[in-house]
Design a protein around this ligand. Structure first.
Ligand SMILES: Cc1cc2nc3c(=O)[nH]c(=O)nc-3n(C[C@H](O)[C@H](O)[C@H](O)COP(=O)(O)OP(=O)(O)OC[C@H]3O[C@@H](n4cnc5c(N)ncnc54)[C@H](O)[C@@H]3O)c2cc1C
Length: 398
């Protein structure tokens, strides 16, 4: 392991920390109460500042207009950005666009790159990824009901998806659909690019999640594909390779989430410590921080966060050196370890704030509502634990 951080990355991280503190955290009170669309003009201004600072799209390849950071370097940047829910969006490395850029870069034809990838990297358009279905278990995505049937030069797509994050306002969706029902299970599905203006692409609603339907980038769409016709040239990669490509996308995608969650852990931890030191709870002037329970929470959170950070950076380092498939165990581990660490630290920080923690006067309640999902998406905790344990047990059988 070698986590040496170059001077350049240290400078970048401190620039980002300063930007998040000065430019983004002050916008959060508005962000929490307003429709996201109302905030967009202001966020576009912040994005222009990021471009001027040459910190745009830190993890995208240089040849498509990004900074081309390694995963380990991006891990440090992403933690700094994750301290605010607006960080990744303003620096343009947000899910699901980041994952879509990666697969388009790896598998897109030149025409597809010109049409979809280049404007996406520039921030002119957004995208979404539609795999999970309402009536099928997302934990076993080979069980897909959505079909894409060839008809002349087109595919005709029918199906019912949901949790298509950021579909509202997206220019196109990458849709997972069964194209080869007779093939072996893992070779039945393909990825197809569908512009959201296509007839038959019906965004039924933004799903209310923890009491909030959201809008635009901060939303999760339910979509009915009804005889939705797109040209066959919109197929991404080879027919039947959808699951193989999804695995390529999900591995790095999972670590991206973990890196962002580390930022949430750090922010919640900072708030917890500040409150523990400042909240006076006795006439003699004693603060919350003098209580052993709170001290335990602080010490446990500090240790858990340090462990989660090291595990995540170690995974990034492994992926940079050997590729995502060699780092499978490590990725499974961090997915459930960091998600649970974040949930615990946010919960403790909220508890330390008492009634204030339940309000939207701090960011904690927002994190509590929106980040509970971390234990479900991109593989529920239980699924990662099962597959990790199976692989471990196999080595013992050998
Ligand atoms: C906020 C959010 C954003 C999302 N964004 C997207 C997106 O952009 N695109 C997209 O396609 N999908 C997205 N999803 C969907 C997500 O990937 C699925 O919700 C997830 O894969 C779980 O599938 P499911 O909801 O169908 O649960 P199910 O598959 O029904 O599983 C339910 C529960 O059963 C348990 N379980 C399942 N299988 C096993 C097993 N083998 N062993 C033990 N326990 C098991 C787990 O506890 C799991 O939580 C998003 C979800 C959320 C919550």
């Amino acid at each position: 392991m070698d986590f040496q951080v170059s001077d350049k990355i240290q400078t970048i991280v401190s620039m980002i920390n300063e930007f998040v503190d000065k430019e983004l955290i002050p916008l959060e009170p508005e962000f929490m109460v307003k429709d996201f669309k109302e905030l967009l003009p202001l966020l576009r201004e912040k994005q222009a500042m990021v471009k001027k600072m040459e910190l745009w799209a830190p993890n995208f390849p240089v040849e498509c207009g990004g900074m081309g950071l390694s995963l380990l370097e991006h891990g440090l940047v992403s933690e700094a950005l994750g301290k605010s829910p607006l960080g990744h969006f303003v620096f343009w490395c947000q899910a699901p666009d980041a994952g879509n850029v990666e697969i388009l870069h790896a598998h897109g034809t030149q025409a597809q790159k010109d049409r979809f990838l280049n404007p996406l990297v520039k921030g002119d358009i957004r995208s979404c990824f539609a795999m999970t279905e309402v009536d099928m278990p997302g934990s076993n995505p080979v069980m897909l009901e959505t079909t894409a049937v060839k008809d002349g030069d087109d595919y005709v797509i029918n199906g019912h998806k949901w949790y298509t994050t950021a579909a509202d306002g997206a220019e196109f969706a990458i849709v997972m659909a069964v194209t080869n029902p007779e093939a072996p299970t893992y070779l039945q599905a393909s990825m197809i690019m569908v512009p959201t203006v296509t007839k038959g692409f019906n965004l039924v609603r933004n799903i209310p999640v923890m009491g909030h339907a959201g809008s635009d980038y901060f939303s999760h769409g339910e979509i009915i594909f009804e005889s939705c016709r797109v040209p066959r040239e919109n197929l991404l990669g080879a027919e039947g390779q959808g699951f193989v490509m999804a695995q390529d996308r999900l591995g790095p995608g999972r670590i991206h989430h973990c890196m962002r969650w580390l930022g949430i852990c750090q922010r919640a931890f900072d708030l917890m410590c500040q409150r523990a030191n400042s909240r006076v709870i006795s006439p003699s002037g004693k603060t919350l921080g003098t209580r052993q329970t709170v001290q335990n929470w602080i010490a446990e959170s500090a240790a858990q966060l340090a462990a989660a950070r090291l595990l995540t950076l170690n995974s990034a380092w492994q992926i940079d050196r050997n590729g995502a498939s060699q780092a499978r165990d490590s990725i499974s581990m961090i997915k459930f370890v960091v998600a649970n660490t974040m949930n615990q630290i946010v919960d403790r920080a909220l508890q330390v704030h008492g009634g204030l923690g339940m309000t939207d006067d701090t960011i904690l309640a927002w994190f509590f509502r929106h980040e509970r999902a971390a234990r479900i998406y991109d593989g529920a905790d239980e699924v990662h634990k099962t597959s990790l344990a199976k692989r471990i047990l196999k080595t013992y059988r050998a």
